[in-house]
Design a protein around this ligand. Structure first.
Ligand code: UGY
Ligand code: MN
Length: 252
């Protein structure tokens, strides 16, 4: 038997999970539809679950309501639809929806199979701020914004200036050879999904080659830096917890 080298890694304060590493699981609310658990709170200290859900043509989820949990869904392939509070949100590639805490939702694939990324976390409120309401949209609804680094642009999918929100979802896009301007070390954790291209991710003190479809979990204080490869633009969808001081009680 030949053993192939894998880019998938469990490092100190991070994981890298590549498409070649995927080993699908099942969840009751997904019936017989496979799910890849990219990270869950079992991977301490993660406070999120991030899941790659594949729905076969005509397939869907069994409706559940989980008290206290909020959900973000991003469309990757196909024509999945999210149903919540009597509204239907098409989740084709690049479309997204935020489902507020304790709100029931269903996912339904259309005539073709669909793939979506699901981020789940316990909503952490803040005194004086009402919990956010539902939001949906598409990555193309607004242009990417310039940053201080030429060739590096961002598109914020959720309101970043409102402390009612306890997380951001952002698309970060880099021209070939362009990267972050520093090695960051910060209290917030990340779930990162490569949506296009690839490059070199510095995690702790290790350099990892990453490509389209790879997932990285970065724990609080994980040193992190990125430079896109020379072959084309690179882009990732980034979860980051925001606007909280880090004292929320760990979930058992
Ligand atoms: O906003 C961020 O923390 C972002 N620059 N981090 C990252 O891309 N790893
Ligand atoms: Mn960061």
């Amino acid at each position: 038997m030949t053993v192939e080298l894998s880019r998938g890694t469990l490092g100190h304060g991070y994981t890298v999970v590549t498409p070649a590493n995927h080993y699908p699981s099942r969840l009751p609310e997904l019936g017989d539809q496979p799910v890849v658990k990219l990270v869950t709170p079992r991977m301490a200290p993660s406070r999120i679950g991030e899941y790659l859900v594949s729905l076969s043509a005509g397939g869907g989820t069994v409706r559940t309501v989980e008290a206290g949990f909020e959900t973000f869904v991003y469309g990757l392939d196909g024509t999945t639809v999210l149903l919540a509070d009597g509204a239907e949100h098409p989740l084709g590639p690049g479309a997204f929806a935020y489902v507020p805490e304790s709100t029931a939702y269903d996912l339904r694939a259309g005539a073709t199979a669909g793939r979506v990324l699901v981020v789940k976390r316990r909503y952490e409120g803040h005194p004086g701020h009402d919990a956010p309401a539902a939001i949906s949209g598409h990555r193309d609804d607004e242009p990417f914004a310039e940053t201080a680094v030429p060739g590096f642009t961002r598109r914020e999918l959720l309101p970043v200036g409102d402390p009612a929100w306890d997380f951001n979802m952002s698309l970060l896009r880099f021209a070939p050879g362009v990267g972050l301007d520093k090695i960051e070390v910060h209290d917030e954790e990340h779930g990162l999904y490569m949506t296009e291209g690839g490059g070199t991710y510095m995690l702790g003190s290790e350099a990892h080659q990453v490509a389209d479809g790879d997932f990285i979990y970065m724990a609080p204080y994980c040193p992190q830096g990125f430079t896109a490869g020379p072959g084309g633009p690179a882009e990732y969808l980034l979860y980051k917890d925001v606007w909280r001081d880090g004292f929320s009680a760990p979930v058992d």
